[in-house]
Design a protein around this ligand. Structure first.
Ligand SMILES: Cc1ncc(C[n+]2csc(CCOP(=O)(O)OP(=O)(O)O)c2C)c(N)n1
Ligand SMILES: [Mg+2]
Length: 906
């Protein structure tokens, strides 16, 4: 019988040849085949070619049992590993005893071939167990054997069972670890004694974070990463800023002294442990790396999507899409990573085409507590990192007292990320020496634990003791301590004598061509018109499909209609205007990126930025085929997330100031899931951190009888936050004005987030269409006056914004009303007060009304009163309501008619 007759006949000859090659030189076949043939030979030794019972049946069963034992250790060893520096681990009811798999003490001295599985020559069970314990029950709990990918598991087996087993940093490496640990410990200790009781959210107990980050950065540089983007919360942030990013000690001490007058023209600022920093760092391999820490709000984990979006922006813009060149590192707290849903969203995004950054390193400073809440009240999951399971990411749980084990994990995480392009987690098990902040009493809630912690040596002392045991002279450590302490004292003395001026964080280098906005910038919008030639070029691209591409019937019609709009009627609807804005920008080499739920087609079927071949499902977009030298146009249907995706796009826009970046909500009301990003970044980042951002948010809004949930994007919330020219808030009613608005975002010499309450049913309505002339001339119009009336006849000005204009216009036309001007405020904020004043003067003696379809307590009314404090103005609106809109379409209609008719009567 043929050796491989159980495989299909066609393959047998080929396999035989491979096997012969393997026999003469195992390395002549690839690794998978090597493994296959190893297994084959093994079974041959045990069972013979015909599968007959082995000569020694019980021995082969025992080999299998040892193999099972290895599997048990690899899979569950982490649950018994020695990772907790200050308390006994919980009992997870895992039995790793050899008797569990059917072996007995009598087998301990029997030798087994399967020892080769863990990189040993044939060895006794006793020796195998000894090695398994060293590997899997030591200071690192390797949690990886659940991964459903053989290559990844095999790679990690090798890394752990060979490289970790043999790991012993050389003297230079030991010195580097010690010096970083020394900086971390002494820095905290110094601040603790010099600035007693001041909040700094010390890293004490978790100081090995600093050697770990140092290793991550150095290894990344060695493996050709050019840029590392870090996001982190309060804990240890000052330590990271100084000892990793190189923010000077003088600067930090100045902030602690807190007696320098800040420059208030730069905004309202933020507390010291929220600030960001960036610097170019020289690493021991001789390679340089750019390291950035993004500024951060208090809302835990909210910065995560921003960091990932920023990293992707850098990858797309700076590194030509090479995912290996920029890397995100997210530093989490144990309570926040377990409790905050945004972490799930970000991890779920990690492998999606539109959002991947080639793997994030998640580093958890797991001090086993969140404020005063113990970990068993903080999660159901065994580990705070269990979110890793959704993407099969390995987790290294590591004892925070073991500096070398921590460093090993850091290096391995970078290697893994660079090899597989996927997320990975390091869970640094440590403790928190003080309370939540330094003036907090931890014994109120954890008296027993904090008695233990009070007596526990710091991680530096633990490491020094270990080094001394290995024969390294203790004076090296003492000297490092003394020198660094003296250096800090000198810096502090300098600052006390001559405080440094308050320095705001430097803006990222990419932004240096832009300036801050001035109030006058909003008096008149820049010209954003384009030439007829460019319109024709984009129009052609939008209405041409590749040869052989078979569109659906409806798309064929759409293409025909679009062609007619561009080339015959010369009137463009909303979709054409929007696509023209994107197309003209990419043709002018401005990249455009959009994401959101179902944005390629558009929720309301208006956009059709891509067409799909009816037979092959191949996708095609005219916007990527305008010109050979065009900039990239990318549009991604997002996962069903708002918080994560909006945060990502905000971060992306932060990295790409010369691109147009947009996020669209499915319905405007779903923006509420992303409120944190709006409150803590979009509306306030410029004031807190001097960070501009040009992100556009499209929020479908309007009362069309679809009920309480699909009517309102909650304009009142945005308008309440509008101040100090922080963002642009609009409700645009014509296709051409939308076109100019989009183009204005990048025509400005500064950047502002732009919120657009966008249409729904009007998207495909000819009412909003604009003649070609409005695209070849002009700019964004903040206020649209009523062209149908004469100033002298006007007795009332009906100010409004958005969709209700068309309802008002209908009545005005139907009733042939000539004494009421219906005026649209297309840009609500910055409020075009000069233009509004001019109109009030033009229609002098006219009564003023503000008409909105939203309830009185919502929409624009309170904002309008804030903008026009000295003007007498009346309101027409729905009654104040708890919910934004009625669920009954009949009531909706009645309410709408009443508001619209009353506008001309009250
Ligand atoms: C979303 C959010 N909720 C609550 C808080 C208040 N808060 C600040 S720190 C903290 C505990 C965080 O614990 P953990 O994530 O373990 O970090 P640690 O302080 O232990 O390093 C809490 C509840 C916050 N900042 N953000
Ligand atoms: Mg914690």
């Amino acid at each position: 019988m043929d050796k491989f007759s159980y495989i299909s006949n066609a393959d047998v000859g080929y396999l035989d040849q491979l096997y012969q090659n393997y026999k003469s030189d195992p390395t002549s076949v690839d690794a998978t085949w090597q493994k296959f043939f190893e297994g084959y030979d093994f079974s041959q030794q045990r069972y013979g070619e015909n599968g007959a019972a082995p000569a020694n049946d019980s021995l082969s069963i025992k080999e299998t049992q040892v193999r099972n034992l290895i599997f048990q250790y690899r899979s569950f060893g982490h649950l018994k590993s020695q990772t907790n520096p200050v308390r006994e681990r919980r009992n997870h009811n895992i039995n790793l005893d050899h008797t569990k798999v059917g072996l007995t003490d009598a087998d301990l001295d029997t030798e087994f071939d399967v020892a080769s599985e863990i990189g040993m020559p044939r060895a006794s069970l006793r020796k195998i167990i000894e090695k398994l314990k060293t590997l899997y029950l030591g200071p690192i709990g390797f949690e990886y054997n659940f991964i459903r990918n053989d290559d990844i598991r095999d790679w990690l087996h090798h890394k752990i069972e060979k490289e970790y087993y043999e790991y012993n940093p050389n003297l230079e490496e030991k010195k580097r670890i010690l010096s970083k640990l020394n900086e971390a410990v002494v820095f905290e200790n110094f601040l603790h004694t010099k600035f007693l009781g001041q909040k700094r959210f010390s890293l004490e107990g978790g100081e090995n974070t600093i050697p770990a980050l140092d290793a991550i950065i150095n290894k990344s540089a060695e493996l050709d990463v050019k840029e590392v983007v870090i996001g982190m919360a309060h804990r240890g942030r000052l330590n990271v800023l100084s000892n990793i990013l190189g923010k000077t000690y003088e600067q930090i001490f100045t902030e602690f002294e807190g007696n320098v007058n800040p420059d208030l023209t730069m905004g309202d600022g933020d507390v010291k442990y929220h600030l960001g920093y960036a610097s170019h760092i020289n690493t021991p391999s001789g390679k340089k790396i750019y390291v950035k820490l993004t500024p951060n709000p208090s809302h835990l984990e909210a910065v995560d999507p921003l960091v990932i979006g920023y990293t992707r922006g850098q990858i797309d813009d700076e590194y030509k899409g090479d995912l290996k060149k920029a890397m995100a590192v997210l530093i989490h707290g144990d309570a926040s990573i377990a409790g905050q849903g945004i972490v799930y969203e970000v991890v779920q995004m990690s492998g999606l085409a539109g959002y991947t950054t080639g793997g994030t390193i998640h580093f958890v400073i797991n001090n086993q507590i969140g404020f005063t809440t113990d970990f068993d009240d903080a999660r159901t999951a065994i580990y705070c990192t269990d979110v890793s399971k959704i993407v099969d990411a390995p987790v290294f749980h590591v004892n925070g007292d073991d500096a070398e084990a921590v460093t090993f994990c850091a290096n391995l995480a970078v290697e893994y990320r660079q090899k597989f392009g996927k997320d990975i987690f390091i869970d640094l098990l440590c403790y928190r020496r003080h309370g939540h902040n330094e003036s907090d009493e931890p014994k109120f809630t954890q008296p027993k634990l904090y008695n233990i912690i009070a007596k526990h040596p710091n991680p530096r002392e633990v490491y020094v003791k270990k080094l001394v045991e290995k024969g390294i002279d203790a004076s090296l450590a003492d000297e490092m301590d003394k020198n660094f302490r003296n250096q800090l004292q000198d810096r502090l003395n300098e600052v006390k004598q001559k405080p440094l001026p308050y320095k705001v964080q430097k803006i990222e280098e990419e932004w240096d061509q832009l300036r801050k906005a001035k109030p006058e910038d909003f008096d008149k919008s820049p010209v954003t018109a384009i030439s007829q030639e460019l319109i024709d070029k984009v129009g052609k691209a939008l209405t041409t499909i590749p040869e052989g591409f078979k569109p659906l019937k409806q798309i064929e019609k759409l293409i025909k209609d679009r062609k007619a709009a561009f080339f015959d009627d010369k009137v463009l609807g909303w979709a054409e205007a929007e696509l023209l804005a994107y197309g003209s920008l990419v043709a002018e080499k401005v990249p455009v990126r959009m994401s959101g739920q179902d944005v390629k087609r558009g929720t309301f079927s208006h956009r059709h930025a891509y067409f799909w071949d009816a037979n092959t499902n191949e996708a095609y977009s005219g916007l990527t085929n305008i010109d050979k030298n065009q900039a990239r146009f990318s549009i991604f249907n997002s996962l069903l997330s708002e918080f994560g995706v909006l945060g990502f796009e905000y971060g992306y826009a932060m990295a790409t100031p010369y691109a147009l970046v947009l996020w669209e909500a499915q319905f405007g009301d779903f923006v509420n899931g992303a409120q944190t990003i709006i409150d803590q970044f979009i509306s306030s980042a410029e004031s807190k951190w001097q960070r501009m951002n040009g992100l556009v948010m499209l929020l479908p809004h309007g009362y069309e009888g679809q009920g309480p949930e699909h009517s309102s994007a909650r304009p009142e919330r945005f308008l309440q936050q509008a101040a100090e020219y922080n963002m642009v808030v609009t409700n645009v009613t014509t296709a051409s004005n939308f076109f100019h608005l989009l183009r204005r975002q990048v025509a400005w010499e500064f950047r502002k987030p732009c919120i657009v309450f966008s249409p729904k049913s009007l998207l495909r309505n000819q009412l909003v269409a604009s003649p070609m002339g409005e695209f070849t001339s002009g700019s964004f119009t903040e206020v649209i006056d009523d062209p149908t009336v004469k100033a002298k006849d006007v007795k009332r000005i009906i100010f409004c914004t958005g969709k209700i204009f068309y309802d008002l216009q209908e009545v005005q036309q139907k009733k042939k009303i000539k004494d009421a001007a219906v005026v649209r405020i297309e840009q609500l904020y910055p409020f075009p007060d000069k233009q509004v004043d001019k109109l009030i003067k033009k229609y002098k003696d006219a009564k003023l009304l503000w008409i909105q379809e939203e309830p009185k307590n919502m929409g624009y009314w309170s904002f309008i009163k804030r903008m026009l404090p000295d003007v007498e103005i009346q309101l027409g609106a729905r009654k104040s309501s708890a919910s934004p809109a009625t669920g009954y379409s009949k009531i909706h209609k009645m309410e709408q008619e009443k508001i619209v008719n009353q506008a001309f009567e009250i």
